[in-house]
Design a protein around this ligand. Structure first.
Ligand SMILES: C[S@@+](CC[C@H](N)C(=O)[O-])C[C@H]1O[C@@H](n2cnc3c(N)ncnc32)[C@H](O)[C@@H]1O
Length: 454
């Protein structure tokens, strides 16, 4: 399909705005091919009509997610870029595991952003399976997100053709895959169960956020996707990914994407065959903590601080006014963002000890429990949050995510339907109370993506 100059420019700008994807003149044919695929699914429409139709739809809507799948290459395979996985296994993850063991903090949070059909996060899950013989004693989150619902569905099926295993050593195949009569390979159910899939547009603003479980990451793989973004979308995504990392956390990009300028807020670290980027420096200086061991919270034990030092404010002695509770929750959120989940939890519980009816504190506590992998405690806190604030869309959303993770799809779907019902009447740009900066439109689209993909 050939587009006129005007239509090509209109399509290019619209796609850059909604998906972050860049289609300069040299990739014009790719755009035209992708748009031709979109047109095939809408017979009797002209390119002009398709662009007008898409232009009226919000980013992350179901239709745009399909367009994203038509416009991008989902090509991936297990253990893609051997040097990267070697460095991950032998240097980065082994050192991280060792230091967490030494700290007695058996917790890891990893994220494959733009995971396509799942080969990348599952490869990481296999690496961790080898690094953690005592896996049962660890809380490990492997989050895997992509904009394409189709890719996420395939990822969750966990069945692959031989071509996806072209770089997979024979012993890994034997250990983690079962060959089926139709010559496909079925992934070990334990590895499959270790990865949580969710829809997420990297060109959007739904991350980092406690609600989407995209904070306090030790390691983010964002490979072979930023290279398709416009400069502006790349910069915005890198800034968000950086914020999603704990201090000391790692960002891994594709070999063709390494750029000292783009990743300049992070420090480049060279390994044989791979360059990774590291978030150095201390915790955010604006985080000032109330004294957790203040007399008003005698049940809270002061613990050694695992993260870099955070300045402490004088102890609070008087009972706090509501504004104090809000400030405490703000501190707790900032701590959780930095991965200091233990102190974030303590601060939430201190706040709740003073005000059991604080729905925001229950919700934040639930998100923190989720991050710590304590799903039962998270559900209990959410029940309080929803009881106290039945109209809280973030609380229903989180409940839906947790239920889906626990295999309760029907109940999870009902929660997502509630989210859609609550948010549909609101202006899309409205920032949600206790939603960690999320807008109504963004959460609505994410809930809709869940409903479509499950
Ligand atoms: C080439 S695959 C990368 C897979 C894997 N990370 C790897 O390196 O092998 C690119 C993926 O990026 C996804 N993608 C494209 N635009 C995206 C966006 N705006 N947000 C999230 N994912 C996006 C596509 O759906 C596709 O699955």
């Amino acid at each position: 399909m050939k587009l006129s100059v005007q239509l090509y420019e209109q399509a290019r700008d619209l796609i850059a705005d909604r998906l972050g994807l860049d289609f300069p003149e040299r990739r014009r044919a790719d755009l035209e091919r992708g748009l031709a695929r979109v047109l095939r699914s809408r017979p009797a429409t002209t390119p002009h009509e398709v662009l007008a139709w898409l232009g009226a739809l919000p980013a992350d809507s179901h239709e745009w997610r399909r367009v994203a799948a038509d416009l991008t290459v989902g090509e991936t395979y297990f253990f893609r870029d051997g040097g990267c996985f070697e460095a991950l296994e032998q240097k980065v993850l082994s050192a991280l595991v060792q230091s967490r063991r030494a700290e007695g903090a058996h917790r890891l949070r990893l994220w494959s952003a733009a995971c396509a059909t799942g080969e990348e996060p599952y490869s990481i899950a296999m690496v961790l399976d080898r690094l953690l013989p005592d896996r049962a004693d660890w809380t490990v989150t492997i989050l895997a997100t992509d904009i394409s619902g189709k890719a996420l569905e395939a990822a969750q099926r966990g069945r692959y053709r031989e071509w996806a295993l072209r770089e997979t050593p024979a012993w890994v195949r034997h250990r983690y895959f079962r060959r089926l009569p139709d010559e496909s390979f079925e992934l070990d159910p334990h590895i499959r169960a270790g990865v949580t899939f969710a829809p997420l547009n990297l060109a959007g603003d739904a991350y980092p956020s406690l609600v989407t479980n995209t904070v306090a990451m030790d390691l983010i793989l964002c490979r072979n996707v930023l290279m398709y973004f416009t400069d502006e979308a790349q910069r915005a995504a890198v800034a968000r990914l950086q914020r999603a990392l704990v201090p000391g956390g790692w960002l891994v990009v594709g070999p063709a994407e390494a750029s000292s300028e783009l990743f300049s807020p992070l420090t480049a670290v060279n390994f044989p065959g791979a360059i990774f980027y590291r978030k150095t420096g201390a915790a955010r200086p604006d985080v000032i903590l109330p004294d957790l061991a203040a007399p008003s919270s005698p049940h809270v034990a002061a613990e050694p601080v695992r993260q870099p030092p955070i300045a402490a404010a004088p102890p609070e002695r008087a009972a706090p006014a509501p504004a104090d509770a809000a400030t405490s929750l703000q501190h707790a959120r900032a701590l959780a963002d930095q991965g200091d989940l233990e102190r974030a939890r303590e601060l939430c519980e201190t706040t709740l000890a003073r005000d059991r009816l604080n729905a925001d504190a229950h919700l934040l506590l639930a998100a923190i429990h989720q991050e710590r992998g304590q799903l039962v405690a998270a559900l209990a806190a959410l029940r309080h949050a929803i009881y106290l604030a039945p109209d809280s869309a973030p609380a229903h959303f989180l409940m839906g995510c947790l239920l889906v993770r626990q295999g309760e799809r029907r109940r999870g779907r009902r929660c997502m339907e509630t989210v859609v019902g609550l948010l549909t009447p609101l202006p899309r740009g409205e920032v949600l109370a206790a939603g960690d900066g999320l807008t109504a439109g963004r959460l609505l689209e994410t809930a809709q993506a869940y409903l479509e993909s499950r």
